[in-house]
Write a protein that binds this ligand. Structure first.
Ligand code: SF4
Length: 63
């Protein structure tokens, strides 16, 4: 199964959490995205990839 991570370059735009709210959330203290849950289905892997593609600063790694 793939592993998703978000690096410190995140600017907290919220795109990933809008695309995949089960997988990403904006941390209220840092105002950056964090991974809520690793993908556990092909659908969630696809959503994680879509979020990574949509991230304006390429902070999301799916591997
Ligand atoms: S899409 Fe990228 S920049 Fe925007 S909140 Fe998610 S990780 Fe951060």
């Amino acid at each position: 199964m793939v592993h998703v991570s978000v690096n410190d370059e995140c600017i907290g735009c919220g795109a990933c959490a809008a695309i995949a709210p089960r997988l990403f959330e904006i941390d209220g203290s840092t105002m950056k995205s964090k991974v809520k849950k690793q993908p556990t289905s092909e659908e969630e892997v696809e959503l994680a990839r879509q979020a990574a593609d949509a991230c304006p600063v390429a902070s999301i790694t799916v591997k």
